[in-house]
Design a protein. Sequence first.
Length: 198
Amino acid sequence: MELSPETRREIDALARRFGQPLVIDSPIPDSFDDPIRKPDRYGEVCMVVRRPSGAVLLSIKTFYPRGAYRLPTGGIAPGEPIFAALRRETHEETGLQTDVRRFLAQIAYHGEGATIGTPLFHTFAFLLDETSGTLGALDASEQIEDWREAAVGDLPRVADFLDGLQTQGTQDIGGDWRAWGKFRAVVHRAVHQALASA
């Protein structure tokens, strides 16, 4: 899906406020539907929540392959500002109060064999610092099973684990976990690159 002129203007404003993000075009295997073909979103925010310890939060949902912890994400509805989605989703998924620190990455995903001009989906990753609150999802429908903290330096290993998932067909995401894992690995590598180069 192409970004609207309003969204492009917001991205420019967010970059001025929170720093220029890495801009990445990434081909992905697209043999799964959730989230890249969900009609209620054109993209997602990735919430890189830094705890007072300096570690970042990873989560796993009840229906994920075992060990598939990842940076939390939340959908952006058509017409919804990216920043509003970031604030809403961070609070709903973590229960924490946070301050937004940096715009880390803007990723456009393309199905294998698709042209660069026709993205399937978008991810906007932001670094947020936890300021208060108690960790725990406020929305039970998110099905978050557990949280784990990871050092920024561990994110490439998280990406490698997701990239190497072997579990195949599932109804939970409308397709193949292996393809989903390769899709999810991209933002972890991008976030690591952005933070490591700071």
